[in-house]
Design a protein around this ligand. Structure first.
Ligand SMILES: Cc1cc2nc3c(=O)[nH]c(=O)nc-3n(C[C@H](O)[C@H](O)[C@H](O)COP(=O)(O)O)c2cc1C
Length: 432
């Protein structure tokens, strides 16, 4: 029996592939397309659908919002939390992960919303913990610029501590619902937390009920050394980006070592690698589709503007036909490293063209891609993949190709689940 791996899907509340002939249908803004997607993923037994979010209109490329809005790069987009509730109501097993930034939400509001969604989904909610990575987002929350990364993570460590205490402010057995005495909740088991830290002060308790999972599942994507430490300390699942199998394996070993160092069982942290498969009836058809995607006249600019928006770097100032100088960012360093393939000698144009491969080739028929994924997972050691489409432009066709073509091919190889055995998202993640 081969070792099984986990599957997640990376998307957001944007109109999907609005250019595709078989697109979102209703314009994409009523949530129904995403519900259909989620139901397809549930039939394919995915662990979770992950709803990305950011809080700004990027002007990183050429100093204006033109490219971001023209190419619909993460904007326009709607708030993922109501969508998470809608998806939760339309599914029974699939985990629903929503992104909320520690920079944007007061911890009490975040904890309350997360407990609400965990209840509404019967214990299937996950919080993607992000600290935000763009000055433009910070400027929407009263700051002139983002705090430096180290400080963002220091704040996030304290933030996670506060919300954990809030989740625990309802002790087990607090809800008694005793009809004889007419008692709903036992007040002695609902306690203030009186948290006073360096950054946050919260009295508590939450005015909710407990979360079915105790606390919602935590998902995180810190890619920098500090970010990996943070993720390994807190996350039930890490969504990771790395360039090529070797870097993916090293990433996993790194976070597993950090998890062990803070006293966690490394097997409790499931690392899912972001991948962008291109599928077709045949390998040739898939190659042709991929060639068409990357040779579209808008592809290079959209690619550079998209990576620019999450790294706060204006790539328009660099020569497309020369290698990129070494850069660092206070934004998404991990995504920059994956994109830049440091030391490869490739030109910026080549890098932009390869933006979605990340050093691995998942192009082909469902059978071919299933074999490639199997080989890759074998080499890395675990724990799964986070599937997405370029610019998060999912189409109905792509979702069907993955959920009804690729996943069955993986299931036939015994590599992914064919039914859910757990009830909550955490149980699903810990199933194997
Ligand atoms: C797959 C993936 C998904 C991410 N989703 C979000 C997101 O929805 N919102 C956000 O602000 N940042 C998101 N990030 C950024 C991470 O939270 C993190 O800031 C980034 O990976 C860089 O890590 P670092 O902060 O340790 O440098 C994502 C990163 C990855 C790799």
């Amino acid at each position: 029996m081969p070792k099984r791996f986990h599957l997640g899907w990376f998307t957001n509340f944007t109109p999907g592939d609005w250019t595709s002939a078989v697109s979102t249908g209703t314009g994409g803004w009523d949530g129904r397309f995403h519900v259909d997607m989620a139901q397809a993923m549930e039939r394919a037994c995915f662990d979770y659908i992950m709803l990305e979010d950011t809080l700004m209109v990027s002007e990183a490329y050429r100093g204006t919002s033109e490219a971001a809005l023209k190419h619909a790069l993460q904007v326009p987009k709607l708030d993922p939390m109501p969508l998470a509730a809608m998806i939760g109501a339309a599914t029974r097993h699939l985990g629903v992960v929503g992104t909320m930034s520690t920079m944007a939400y007061p911890p009490y509001m975040l904890a309350r919303l997360a407990v609400t969604l965990d209840n509404m989904t019967g214990g299937r909610f996950g919080w993607n913990i992000v600290t935000s990575g763009e000055d433009a987002a910070a400027q929407n929350f009263g700051m002139h610029e983002l705090p430096p990364r180290e400080q963002r993570y220091e704040m996030a460590d304290e933030y996670v501590e506060v919300v954990k205490q809030l989740f625990g402010s309802w002790q087990p057995g607090a809800v008694v619902m005793d009809r004889e005495t007419g008692t709903y909740a036992d007040f002695t088991k609902v306690r203030p937390i009186n948290f006073e830290g360096k950054y946050f002060r919260v009295r508590g308790p939450l005015n909710t009920v407990p979360a079915p999972q105790g606390r919602p599942a935590f998902v995180q994507a810190g890619g920098s050394p500090r970010g990996r430490r943070f993720a390994a300390t807190h996350a039930d699942s890490i969504i990771a980006t790395a360039n090529g199998a070797k870097a993916m394996k090293q990433y996993r070993e790194d976070v597993r070592a950090h998890a062990a160092a803070v006293g966690r069982n490394p097997d409790d942290v499931k690392l899912l690698y972001l991948v962008y498969p291109t599928l077709g009836e045949t390998d040739e058809e898939a190659r042709e589709r991929h060639r068409r995607t990357i040779s579209h006249p808008n592809f290079i600019e959209a690619s550079l503007a998209a990576i620019g928006s999450i790294t706060d770097i204006d790539f328009s100032v660099y020569d497309l036909d020369k290698p990129l100088p070494h850069l660092t960012t206070n934004g998404e360093q991990g995504s920059l490293d994956r994109f830049a393939q440091w030391g490869s000698g490739k030109t910026l144009r080549q890098l932009a063209g390869e933006r979605f491969e990340g050093g691995i080739d998942l192009i082909g028929s469902p059978e071919t891609v299933a074999d490639k994924m199997a080989a890759l997972m074998e080499e890395i050691g675990g724990d799964g993949f986070l599937i997405s489409s370029p610019f998060q432009r999912a189409s109905r066709r792509f979702v069907a190709e993955v959920c009804e073509g690729l996943v069955p091919a993986l299931q036939r190889r015994g590599l992914v689940r064919t039914e859910y055995t757990g009830k909550t998202l955490r149980e699903t993640l810990l199933e194997f």
